[in-house]
Design a protein around this ligand. Structure first.
Ligand SMILES: Cc1ncc(COP(=O)(O)O)c(C=O)c1O
Length: 460
């Protein structure tokens, strides 16, 4: 072949691929975003329905201005976490530096699958996760891997637990409280275990797993136990299971303890609220989602192990098309193969917050939750206690002809009309309204309006 044959190759780059056009596009996007950002606190948390933009690419590619036009309805039709009334779920406004980290991550387009495709970022992930693990008390050898959300991380931890306990391919069961997250049921499906393999232990009145009942149930158990899961922050009421006593039971019985700290483990990073998640570091494995309370842009979640070698023991399969790694490839240490460098936004976000910023986020949310609880306390409500920054409640139905489902639906609508978004979880057979106070923009005004609206809803 003559080199001149290559003349027939297309000489132009794909649309936007020149570095000057890419930078112009990014600048255009920044200006566009600035306009929306100014508007963000005015748009309600839950938008009215918006028609989808065209989904298929046209024959010819679009310029920047047209792309921004495409994006407009996407913003108008999206959930808006920036509004002070956005308090339905664990999805606060994103940490600013993490948004920048996300952009830089996409521009770098490194791949955490293998070290040669993410030379520094792989190291950054290992070092940052080691620091976090040590900070949470998991010990000097601890470390882990990031994964795209808490569910993936919990599945990663439980598959590892089963493998480490020599139970692959065997019937095995899992213990957790009745208020555990549904990711445990998913983990069983992934492992080919029946739903009945999840043994649910009752909680006390505070919504915390009862260690004595756990111990009694384990005493009767006929099947091998792949792990016990303690939840540090249950999804609906934010209860933290007593990790220390549960760890004692596990140690005595030689069982693996996983802590689902998707919501609450970040308390272990702060300086004021470590006591709320006492003995977190006694776990064998732990999941934590900085995407929730700390507001690191999604996805930001990790699984940490006291002995991280367990991850490579479980997941390493030959990666023949890559240079060997100095420590371990990301792809050898977890479920995911190709994976974005989500560590970048976490690292940048934590650096921006600093220790005081983390404390302020945790303090602020807990104070708002306390204020809402106190203001609701005089009303005739059932309000299950919780240890973290969420508050859930429903009317005391005694003597009422309206069901909790009807009350919560009607009251949620009343709240939405005022730009306040709460969620409507089903908890132990009744519908509740739930507020998560992790949005730093939520102020006294929003809390007062929630209370007034709830009060008015009860006097019907
Ligand atoms: C206690 C708990 N664990 C795990 C998860 C799963 O996390 P993700 O939604 O990131 O998969 C959640 C989600 O809310 C949760 O509340």
């Amino acid at each position: 072949m003559q080199l001149t044959d290559l003349d027939t190759f297309p000489s132009s780059l794909p649309p936007g691929q020149h570095s000057h056009t890419m930078m112009a596009l990014i600048r255009q996007a920044m200006t566009w975003l600035e306009r929306w950002q100014e508007d963000a606190q005015r748009r309600p948390p839950l938008p009215s329905p918006v028609a989808l933009p065209p989904v298929a690419p046209g024959l010819w590619g679009l310029d920047g201005a047209s792309l921004m036009e495409d994006l407009d309805p996407v913003v108008r039709g999206s959930y808006n976490p920036w509004h002070p009334g956005a308090m339905a779920h664990l999805d606060p406004p994103p940490n600013p530096a993490s948004v920048v980290g996300e952009l830089v991550c996409a521009w770098l387009n490194n791949n955490m699958l293998a070290e040669e495709l993410s030379p520094l970022l792989s190291q950054l992930e290992q070092h940052l996760l080691r620091w976090i693990a040590q900070r949470l008390g998991l010990g000097g050898d601890a470390g882990g891997i990031m994964g795209s959300g808490g569910t993936i991380c919990t599945i990663t931890a439980l598959v590892t637990a089963r493998h480490q306990r020599g139970l692959d391919g065997q019937q095995a069961c899992l213990y957790a409280s009745v208020d555990c997250h549904n990711s445990l049921a998913k983990a069983l499906r992934v492992m080919g275990l029946p739903a009945t393999a999840l043994r649910l232990v009752p909680t006390d009145a505070m919504g915390r797993l009862e260690p004595n009942l756990l111990d009694d149930a384990l005493q009767q158990e006929k099947e091998p136990v792949l792990a016990v899961v303690a939840t540090a922050g249950t999804t609906i009421r934010g209860a933290v299971d007593p990790i220390g006593p549960i760890a004692d039971v596990c140690r005595r019985r030689g069982l693996w303890l996983h802590v689902d700290g998707a919501i609450g483990a970040v308390c272990g990073l702060g300086q004021h609220h470590q006591g709320r998640v006492a003995h977190l570091g006694w776990a064998d494995s732990l999941t934590m989602n900085p995407q929730k309370w700390l507001g690191i842009a999604k996805a930001s979640a990790m699984v940490l192990l006291r002995q991280p070698q367990g991850l490579t023991d479980t997941f390493a399969v030959p990666l023949a098309y890559m240079e060997p790694a100095r420590v371990a490839h990301g792809g050898d240490s977890g479920l995911q193969g190709t994976r974005p460098a989500e560590v970048l936004k976490l690292w940048l976000g934590l650096r921006q917050l600093g220790q005081h910023g983390i404390d302020d986020l945790l303090d602020g949310a807990l104070q708002r939750a306390q204020a809402l609880r106190q203001a609701l306390a005089p009303l005739p409500l059932v309000m299950p206690s919780g240890d973290l920054h969420m508050v859930c409640f429903r009317p005391d139905m005694a003597g009422s002809r309206e069901s909790s489902g009807a009350w919560s639906r009607r009251t949620r609508e009343l709240l939405l009309d005022q730009g306040l978004m709460l969620s409507r979880p089903l908890y132990r057979g009744e519908r509740y309204l739930k507020a998560v106070l992790g949005n730093p923009f939520t102020g006294v005004e929003q809390i007062a309006t929630v209370v007034d609206t709830i009060s008015a809803s009860l006097s019907r």
